[in-house]
Every structure is written in structure tokens, then in C-alpha cells.
Write a protein that binds this ligand. Structure first.
Ligand SMILES: [Zn+2]
Ligand SMILES: [Zn+2]
Ligand SMILES: [Zn+2]
Length: 63
């Protein structure tokens, strides 16, 4: 499926997401890394908001 693009959307503002970013340490990834975990938190590798470039749970694009 060459050229097939997955439409990723920021869970917070509903805008486009651009890759993935850890909400805890800020490390970025091109693909979701389900092994990237932080002890004591359920927030780890999440979508990166394309507008503010923050992890979607930290997106500041909406109120
Ligand atoms: Zn957003
Ligand atoms: Zn991390
Ligand atoms: Zn944002």
C-alpha cells in the first residue's frame, strides 16, 4: 500500500497530528512505541499535535 497515509488526529483539539511524542519525557517517534512506558503513569507515547508540537494530552490549542 505505497502512498497510503494514516490520518492522525490530535485527541485534544481534533487538528492534525504529526507523529508521536511522549507526554512525560518529550521524546519523539515516527511510529507509536508501545514499549515506551513510564512507571507510575499511564501517559507515554502519544500523538503529537502538529500545531503546538506538544503531546496531544498536553495540547494547548484549545481552551
Ligand atoms: Zn492539538
Ligand atoms: Zn517518555
Ligand atoms: Zn496543539
Amino acid at each position: 500500500m505505497a502512498g497510503a497515509m494514516t490520518e492522525l488526529m490530535c485527541a485534544k483539539c481534533g487538528g492534525l497530528a504529526d507523529g508521536w511524542k511522549c507526554a512525560i519525557c518529550g521524546s519523539e517517534a515516527l511510529q507509536h512505541d508501545s514499549n515506551h512506558l513510564h512507571v507510575g503513569s499511564d501517559r507515554y507515547c502519544t500523538l503529537k499535535c502538529a500545531q503546538c508540537e506538544e503531546a496531544d494530552v498536553l495540547c494547548t490549542c484549545v481552551g
